[in-house]
Ligand binder design. Structure first.
Ligand code: C2E
Ligand code: MG
Ligand code: MG
Ligand code: MG
Length: 281
């Protein structure tokens, strides 16, 4: 009996897997086309100085409006892009497009010399792409200063090949860009990473930030992270600030910068431009 159950379970599983796979293959084909036809779009979420209220940067976040399926979340297509190698052209496009946008903002508005863009980099890009070459090419093509570009990476980019990653990060930094460790607190979070890699900024994951106003334990952990960052001369950005209690808490816990729906959702470029214009006044 248990054997039968086992077999039928396997069959059901196989059928489901097949359906999922067929969908995945279609989605893969569509994503490939979307990249070729430039159907992807970048949204920009402001990163705020929590003391002065100024916008200091924008994080570029990729959006895909699928012709039939509508909006597909990056949570669904980034893993697919990673599995299929499409993350390489996608990642290069995202970096180039954000730098072009920054260049446009810098030529339209005074007071944007220090504004920077944050671009997300997948671990797969670290393993498969020559990121320093991609960065160099991108800076050359857009004419922005290296220091106006910040790459966001997660700890997963560092685990597979720590020596190779360290070399790659140093090569990036020689070109001027700075580095942020994204989703801090959710991954392996080995303190070694902070010590052994040239990281400039820690982004505290929104799972901590989202309960800092209700949960004493999260507040204590955040305090430790900001103290650690201070000691290591890194800046700290809080992700996912949604209400003013969280804003105040993060400030009092020593976190200087933040982003979240309280300040702004990720915005299409025209709205990001309007936001920037208003924040410069
Ligand atoms: P992430 O880099 O941690 O980006 C922050 C995510 O939090 C974004 O989700 C943003 O919309 C969301 N967020 C910001 N503030 C709030 C808030 O107050 N509340 C809540 N609930 N969410 C907030 P999004 O745009 O869906 O992106 C999800 C993830 O997809 C990103 O997480 C990043 O890991 C990845 N991603 C997006 N664009 C790219 C890209 O161009 N390249 C790569 N490699 N990854 C990307
Ligand atoms: Mg990010
Ligand atoms: Mg993040
Ligand atoms: Mg995240």
């Amino acid at each position: 009996r248990s054997k039968n159950l086992g077999r039928s379970r396997t069959e059901v599983f196989a059928r489901d897997t097949h359906i999922v796979r067929t969908g995945q293959i279609q989605l893969e084909t569509d994503l490939r086309k979307a990249i070729e036809n430039e159907e992807l779009e970048l949204f920009y979420q402001p990163i705020i100085d929590l003391e002065q209220g100024r916008t200091i940067a924008f994080e570029a976040l990729t959006r895909w409006h699928h012709p039939e399926r509508g909006f597909v979340s990056p949570v669904d297509f980034i893993p697919l892009a990673e599995d299929t190698g499409l993350i390489l052209p996608l990642g290069r496009w995202a970096m180039l497009e954000s730098c072009r946008q920054l260049r446009a903002w810098q030529s339209s508005f005074a007071g944007t010399k220090d504004l920077f863009v944050n671009v997300n980099m997948s671990a797969v890009q670290f393993l498969q792409d020559d990121i320093p070459a991609t960065v160099a090419q991108c800076l050359k093509e857009t004419g922005i200063q290296g220091r106006n570009l910040r790459l966001e990476l997660t700890e997963s980019a560092l685990v597979a090949d720590p020596d190779g990653a360290a070399e790659c990060l140093h090569a990036i930094k020689r070109l001027g860009p700075t580095l942020a460790l994204d989703d801090f607190g959710t991954g392996y979070s080995s303190l070694n990473y902070l010590n052994n890699f040239p990281i400039d900024c820690i982004k505290i994951d929104r799972s901590f930030v989202g309960r800092v106003d209700r949960d004493d334990q999260s507040a204590k952990i955040i305090r430790i992270i900001t103290m650690l960052a201070d000691t290591l001369k890194m800046s700290v950005v809080a992700e996912g600030i949604e209400n003013s209690e969280q804003h105040m808490m993060m400030r009092s816990l020593g976190c200087r910068y933040g982003q979240g729906f309280l300040f702004s959702r990720p915005l299409p470029k025209e709205e990001a431009t309007a936001h920037l214009k208003a924040s410069l006044k």
